[in-house]
Design a protein around this ligand. Structure first.
Ligand SMILES: NC(=O)c1ccc[n+]([C@@H]2O[C@H](COP(=O)([O-])OP(=O)(O)OC[C@H]3O[C@@H](n4cnc5c(N)ncnc54)[C@H](OP(=O)(O)O)[C@@H]3O)[C@@H](O)[C@H]2O)c1
Length: 286
């Protein structure tokens, strides 16, 4: 029987997720990284950099309901409890000009960044409740501060009848995650499970992951990277939220990269808006 804390982090193959996996393994977590591509699994590197062997892979494609269901069954077979679930994976291919469809026929950014995490939480909730103090951590973006009037389009979240913009699709999905965080924290307020979000700031992106972007975009990204922090530094907030004993009773909060609680837009905090977004979300799950 293993007694260490178990953390599942999605999108642990690269960027902030990989750095968080290294940090969490280092401090003694049994880390499971959720990846869509097992071949690319960075487990060996995470083990080497953390000095711990307790890292494993779980195949999951957050844009596919079947993959999420299969992964949740697999996880239930592997562990008896889940202490921390970090919804880090995200689709934000900045070169995309047209909406792409997931295998389920859903717009891929909405599917991967919002519907997938909600379904995954739902399927793993019993496992998380078996933890002495379970933690669910969602990931949003500081870029939302630049879109204070953004709303979730309840009639057309998938851009079927409006002009697609990868940026609007991405920020809409992250806004929905912020609202989901508040909603879920409220739903679970009488349990041992806390739910908090992270407002990720500008973090250096490995631009080689986007071979199709234009020269102009490459230039903009190289300028942006001068004002960005490293994935390792951003991951410290993930590690703080996953492990700090100070936060065992903190729920429904949204943290910045300095580990300080921050507010989100007025729209995102209003209960009737949250309920409307979650009603829409539940229709997708059914
Ligand atoms: N970098 C920033 O400046 C910034 C700013 C604000 C918010 N964020 C947020 O921070 C988080 C981490 O971003 P990052 O900068 O570390 O980016 P990243 O290196 O591109 O990491 C994203 C991860 O998500 C995975 N992923 C994408 N689609 C997936 C799917 N359908 N199923 C499973 N995994 C999938 C990717 O897997 P593959 O390896 O298979 O592609 C990758 O490992 C994201 O939620 C992002 O939205 C980042």
């Amino acid at each position: 029987m293993r007694f260490e804390k178990v953390c599942l982090i999605t999108g642990g193959n690269s960027g902030i997720g990989k750095q968080a996996a290294i940090q969490l393994a280092k401090i003694g977590f049994h880390v499971i990284i959720g990846v869509r591509n097992l071949e690319r699994g960075e487990v060996a590197d995470i083990r080497e950099k953390s000095g711990k062997d307790d890292v494993e892979l779980l195949q999951i494609d957050l844009s596919s309901k079947k993959s999420i269901i299969d992964a949740s069954h697999e996880l239930n077979n592997r562990v008896v409890k889940l202490d921390v679930l970090i919804h880090n994976a995200a689709d934000f291919d900045i070169s995309r000009k047209q909406p792409e469809k997931s295998v389920d026929g859903m717009e891929s950014i909405w599917a991967t960044n919002h519907i997938g995490p909600v379904l995954l939480t739902d399927l793993l909730l019993d496992l998380i409740k078996k933890s002495e103090q379970g933690r669910i951590i969602t990931i949003a973006s500081q870029g939302l501060v630049m879109h204070p009037t953004m709303t979730v389009d309840l009639d057309d979240p998938e851009f079927k009848n409006r002009k697609f913009s990868v940026s609007n699709a991405y920020y809409q999905s992250k806004l929905a995650q912020v609202m989901y965080t508040y909603w879920l924290a409220d739903q679970l307020k009488d349990t041992n499970v806390t739910v908090n979000g992270i407002r990720v700031t500008n973090v250096k992106v490995d631009i080689s992951r986007y071979p199709n972007i234009s020269g102009l975009m490459k230039l903009l990204y190289s300028i942006k990277s001068k004002f960005s922090i490293s994935p390792e530094n951003m991951a410290r907030t993930y590690t703080y939220l996953a492990s700090s004993t100070d936060l065992s009773k903190t729920t429904g909060k949204y943290f910045n990269e300095k580990n300080k609680p921050v507010t989100s837009s007025a729209y995102s905090m209003k209960k009737e808006n949250i309920d409307a977004v979650m009603e829409l979300t539940m229709k997708y799950l059914n």
